[in-house]
Design a protein around this ligand. Structure first.
Ligand code: C2E
Ligand code: MG
Ligand code: MG
Ligand code: MG
Length: 286
C-alpha cells in the first residue's frame, strides 16, 4: 500500500482499473505541462566532512512545485516519469539547474564543491549521455570536477554498458557515486572494475546501527571495503549524534542527513555555507 502510494499518489483514491488509467493520463498531462512551464525546483542537502564538519558537497533533490498541490516529493512522480519517459526532459532540467546553481555559488566566492545529481535509469541508458552532459557543462560554465552523478546498483546490471558509460563519464572528468548502496544487487567482483569515486551507504542501514548489530556490522564492513578499494564513502540519513559518532569511529568520510540539515533552498544553503551547518536539525520542515 505504501509502495503503491510512493509510486503514484494520483491512483490511490480508487483502485478501479479505468480510473487508474484516467489518473495516469491526468498525471502524464500535468507532468508534460510542468516540464513546459518549468514547475520544478531544486532543494539542496549538504554533505559534511566528518572530520572538519565543513560542507564539502551538496545533493540536488527535485520537487514539483504544483500550482494547486504545492511541493510534491519525487517519490510521488519520479517512477511514473521514468515509466513514461518524461524523466529524460525532467532529468535534463535538473542537470542544467544544478550546474547553473553550483556555478553561481562559485562566482559568489563560496569554496568550490561538487554538486550531486541523481541520474535515472533512462538517462544512464540514453544515447550520447556524455555529449549531453558535456553540453550542459559548457553552457553553464561549470568545471566537470564539480559535478557528481549518482547512479544506483540496478543501473549497473548490464555490466558492459555500465563500464562503457562510466569510462566515458570519467573521460569527461565528472565524478560518479553509487547511491542507496547495499539495497540492490551489486557484484563485488564488478564493483572493483567500475570506475566510480564514491559509495553512498543507504539510509536503511544507517537508521538502525545503534539498535541492530547486523546493520552496524554491515555499515562498518562497507566503510572498511571502500577504504581498501580506494573509494570515498558517505552515509545517508544520519539523524542522531550517536549514529554520527559510530560513523566517525568507523572512519566514514562524509555524512548527509537531517542531523545536519534537511534539503533546503539555495538561500538557506548559502547561509550554511557562510555560517556552517547547524548543530542539529530534524524533519524536512516544509
Ligand atoms: P536519494 O537520492 O537517496 O536522496 C536521499 C533522500 O533521503 C531524499 O529524499 C532526502 O530528503 C532524504 N533524506 C536525507 N536525509 C535524511 C534523513 O536523515 N532521514 C530521512 N528519513 N530521510 C533523509 P527526497 O528528496 O524525497 O528524494 C527521494 C528520492 O527521489 C531520492 O533518493 C532519489 O532517488 C529521487 N530523486 C530526487 N531528486 C531526483 C532527481 O532530480 N532525479 C531523479 N532521477 N531522482 C531524484
Ligand atoms: Mg541520491
Ligand atoms: Mg540514496
Ligand atoms: Mg535513490
Amino acid at each position: 500500500r505504501a509502495k503503491e502510494k510512493g509510486r503514484n499518489d494520483f491512483q490511490i483514491f480508487n483502485s478501479d482499473m479505468k480510473s487508474v488509467s484516467i489518473n495516469r493520463l491526468k498525471l502524464e498531462n500535468e507532468l508534460r505541462r510542468a516540464i513546459i512551464g518549468e514547475e520544478f525546483v531544486l532543494l539542496y542537502q549538504p554533505q559534511v566532512d566528518i572530520e572538519t564538519g565543513r560542507i564539502v558537497g551538496v545533493e540536488a533533490l527535485i520537487r514539483w512545485a504544483h500550482p494547486e498541490k504545492g511541493l510534491i516529493s519525487p517519490n510521488h512522480f519520479i517512477s511514473f516519469a521514468e515509466e513514461s519517459g518524461l524523466i529524460v526532459p525532467i532529468g535534463e532540467w535538473v542537470l542544467r539547474a544544478a550546474c547553473k546553481q553550483n556555478k553561481i555559488w562559485q562566482n559568489q566566492g563560496f569554496p568550490k564543491m561538487p554538486i550531486s545529481v541523481n541520474l535515472s535509469m533512462r538517462q544512464f541508458f540514453q544515447h550520447n549521455l556524455k555529449g549531453k552532459i558535456s553540453h550542459v557543462l559548457e553552457q553553464t560554465g561549470l568545471d566537470p570536477q564539480y559535478l557528481e552523478l549518482e547512479i544506483t546498483e540496478s543501473m549497473t546490471m548490464d555490466v558492459d554498458h555500465a563500464i562503457q558509460s562510466l569510462l566515458e563519464l570519467k573521460e569527461l572528468g565528472v565524478h560518479v557515486s553509487i547511491d542507496d548502496f547495499g539495497t540492490g544487487y551489486s557484484s563485488l567482483y564488478y564493483l572493483k572494475k567500475f570506475p566510480i569515486d564514491k559509495l553512498k551507504i543507504d539510509r536503511s542501514f544507517v537508521r538502525d546501527i545503534m539498535e541492530d548489530p547486523n546493520d552496524a556490522a554491515i555499515v562498518a564492513t562497507i566503510i572498511a571495503m571502500t577504504h581498501h578499494l580506494n573509494l570515498k564513502v558517505i552515509a545517508e540519513g544520519v539523524e542522531t549524534e550517536e549514529q554520527l559518532h559510530f560513523l566517525h569511529q568507523n572512519r566514514c568520510n562524509e555524512v548527509q542527513g537531517y542531523w545536519f540539515s534537511p534539503p533546503v533552498n539555495a538561500d538557506q544553503l548559502e547561509d550554511m555555507l557562510s555560517h556552517g551547518v547547524p548543530a542539529a536539525a530534524s524533519g524536512e520542515g516544509r
